[in-house]
Design a protein around this ligand. Structure first.
Ligand code: ZN
Length: 264
């Protein structure tokens, strides 16, 4: 099969011919990939920023935002069948450690991270994973439409969900950045909270896109943007600021627009 493989840091990945992975364990699931998202984290991996975190063995196949269809399941897999449309949680987790049992799978003590830690990812025809990581979807969903939700979607949803107790009616949430994370954050906020939602971005096209998701205000990040947001919040700033940019000045701006007793 074909796979997008990283051989050396700072060197363009190549499309290689590699053997198809095969079911080994009873809970293994082989997924025919329908779509694999390209994430900014892939650029960080390419630059070697994960080297000190996970020491990936090169080469390996990139791709941690994966969706597709079940090709084959191990002998103990009872909740999936060949042909099911699925999206994959980015981690392969044990389900047995203290963190998995507490619902904190991202902290699993024996996890693997396909496409990131040297385990082969989804920029390939097939990906081998574990039944625990596979979420069955309605068959009408197309993998290409949902693959990025496996990471970018989870990240934005997780941030909004954690902040929900702070976002009671009458509060304001400011989203900095309406890109890959922020445009999902807006949708999560509108679906789950009663807060007034303000979205700030320097890209007018990004603001035009998120306007369709119903934020109360969109603000172009020009020189007067901070004052505009203060004007929209009675001079107080927002109760909760979600910084989905976190660089090039957004960090300081986020703190400056966080209200008294607010959360950043
Ligand atoms: Zn675990």
């Amino acid at each position: 099969m074909k796979a997008v493989r990283l051989h050396r840091y700072h060197e363009r990945p190549s499309v290689d011919e590699v053997p198809e992975p095969a079911i080994k364990g009873p809970l293994d699931v082989l997924v025919r990939i329908g779509a694999a998202g390209l994430c900014r984290t892939d650029l960080h991996i390419y630059e070697g920023q994960w080297e000190h975190l996970t020491h990936p063995q090169l080469p390996f196949t990139l791709g941690h935002e994966n969706a597709g269809w079940v090709e084959e399941v191990g002998s103990a897999v009872s909740n999936l069948a060949a042909g099911d449309t699925v999206i994959l949680h980015p981690h392969i987790t044990c389900g047995l450690c203290r963190y998995c049992r507490a619902g904190n799978e991202m902290h699993c003590t024996s996890s693997r991270f396909p496409g990131v830690d040297g385990t082969d990812g989804g920029m390939a025809n097939y990906l081998l994973t574990d039944a625990r990581s596979v979420v069955k979807l309605d068959p009408s969903l197309q993998p290409a439409d949902v693959a990025a939700l496996a990471d970018a979607g989870l990240t934005a949803y997780h941030a909004v969900k954690k902040a929900l107790p702070l976002l009671y009616p009458g509060t304001t949430a400011l989203i900095i950045g309406a890109g890959g994370l922020g445009h999902i954050g807006v949708q999560a906020l509108k679906a789950m909270s009663a807060a007034t939602v303000i979205v700030l971005d320097r890209n007018q096209a990004a603001l035009d896109l998120v306007r369709g998701y119903g934020p109360n205000h969109t603000v172009l990040a020009d020189d007067g943007a901070a004052q505009k947001i203060l004007d929209l919040t009675d001079g107080q700033g927002a109760e909760v600021v979600f910084d989905f940019v976190a660089e090039q000045g957004a960090e300081a701006l986020g703190w400056n627009l966080t209200g008294r007793g607010g959360s950043h």
